[in-house]
Design a protein around this ligand. Sequence first.
Ligand code: HEC
Ligand code: HEC
Ligand code: HEC
Ligand code: HEC
Ligand code: HEC
Length: 389
Amino acid sequence: MRKSFLVLFFAFFALALTVGSANAVTGQCSGCHTMHDSQGGAGVGAAGAQGQLLNSGCAGCHTGTHDGDGKNSFGAPVVLDGADPTGQGNGLTNAGGDFWWVTQGSGDAKGHNVADITGLGVDGTIGTTPPGWDPDATSGHAFSQVATGAASWGANQLTCAGTYGCHGDRGQANSLLAISTSHHNNADTGGGVSATSASTSDTIANSYRFLGGIMGLENVGWNWSETTSSHNEYYGQANTDAERDDDTTDTYEDTDTMSYFCGQCHGFFHSRIVASGAGITSPWVRHPTDIVLPNSGGYANYNNDGGPIGSYSLSVPIARGAVATNAQGSRSTVIANDSSTVDGAIVMCLSCHRAHGSPEDDLLRFTYSNMVVGNSNTTGCFVCHTDKN
Ligand code: HEC
Ligand code: HEC
Ligand code: HEC
Ligand code: HEC
Ligand code: HEC
């Protein structure tokens, strides 16, 4: 009797621990929620009462000063720094870069103009519809269609989440409903684990960074303290579908890769990369993504100009053809012409771009004007095209 009670007790205890550690948001309810948007007779949130009784909206909670670990006082990863981050990458921004630059005067080209950020209007040059927009890129998607598949975005500006957003379920117009229950069910990013594998991606919570259906390995500190062996791992596929040509039939396969994620809004940049009827090979008509890095020519010297292939480049990363498990973790090894393992190498949109913003035009990871033929530069384009410097 007593023994079975103890067994039950420990079973319950173990369950409680598991459930507890699966909750990525921590702390007292009042740290993030307010029951009446009122405390001592004064309003709580600067922006007024918020949905789901929150103290703040997406942008408010994800703004501020990094605590030396990519997070702010809410425990939320910072995507909009309170001051000039002074540069991008390790110790300056989280993996997505930062929206700071796009909020500065004439900053439209430095980032995505997300409506949730106070005072950030529509991109003055591009407008609301994404360049390369293919209304059908998310047709039939498990988390609904971006912009309801309309031919143009009209007056609708890009948002953090929802129908015109990047995160969450596009079937929900309201940003908070689009990611509802995800924060409390996010896979554990603490407890001594340095990375969390998002390899199922059948809910928003278990998708890579709440990007519905996308897979990857999430670094615990959102790359704030990234090293060659400790960083996010992005998922890619060598997509050889003959329909990735520049004609009017556009097929989207491998819809769980990071490059397809960008293609959800910039579809033709992913689906139309060779001339009509040509094979998925050079000559390309748009810079290819979701193709394997060849083990030939300058590509065989990725990140180690003139020598044997180098290690994973933090400034010009490649995607992998398999999602590492928590135990495998992120890798410094890079193997060319490998499109199927956790050490493989696949060209992706994030090899050249940041997702949120950067100090460079077009959210680039490097200064494009420094990419000059024969100038011995080994960064940016030359991390892969090592034979062109
Ligand atoms: C009350 C504050 C708060 C609000 C409001 C909020 N977040 Fe978060 N968010 C957090 C915290 C804290 C974390 C870190 C815990 C975690 O990783 O789940 C987080 C983590 C995230 C992550 C990273 C998840 C991961 O896998 O690491 C994403 C993406 C995100 N939030 C998006 C959003 C979006 C989009 C909205 C608005 C629709 C939003 N958040 C609103 C506090 C907030
Ligand atoms: C660190 C920030 C944070 C803390 C602490 C927090 N929450 Fe939340 N909670 C959020 C965010 C952000 C959302 C809305 C976005 C989402 O659902 O992903 C949310 C949504 C919810 C929701 C609606 C969606 C769902 O998951 O069911 C409920 C209910 C909720 N919280 C209850 C609580 C309670 C009760 C506590 C205290 C035990 C608490 N929260 C503590 C951040 C937090
Ligand atoms: C939900 C739709 C959506 C997704 C997903 C999306 N974008 Fe965009 N993107 C836009 C819109 C809308 C614009 C034009 C307005 C603006 O700049 O914000 C844009 C503009 C851009 C620009 C040009 C910036 C400028 O202002 O000149 C780049 C570069 C870019 N996106 C890259 C990416 C990359 C890389 C990804 C994947 C990590 C991505 N986008 C994912 C909607 C999206
Ligand atoms: C090899 C590097 C590289 C890769 C990979 C790459 N881009 Fe770009 N992208 C650039 C550069 C450089 C520019 C700006 C100059 C130019 O267009 O030549 C740019 C510009 C853009 C623009 C702005 C277009 C405009 O009209 O202003 C968008 C949007 C964009 N990229 C999206 C993407 C998406 C989506 C992917 C993946 C499907 C991707 N890029 C992959 C390097 C790259
Ligand atoms: C992550 C690696 C990587 C980066 C970074 C990269 N490229 Fe590429 N690039 C490739 C690969 C791989 C190919 C296709 C090679 C093949 O045909 O097999 C390619 C193809 C090209 C082509 C077309 C060649 C053809 O045969 O059609 C040009 C031009 C090019 N890249 C220019 C650039 C420029 C400019 C930059 C910087 C803005 C850049 N690349 C950055 C990997 C990269």
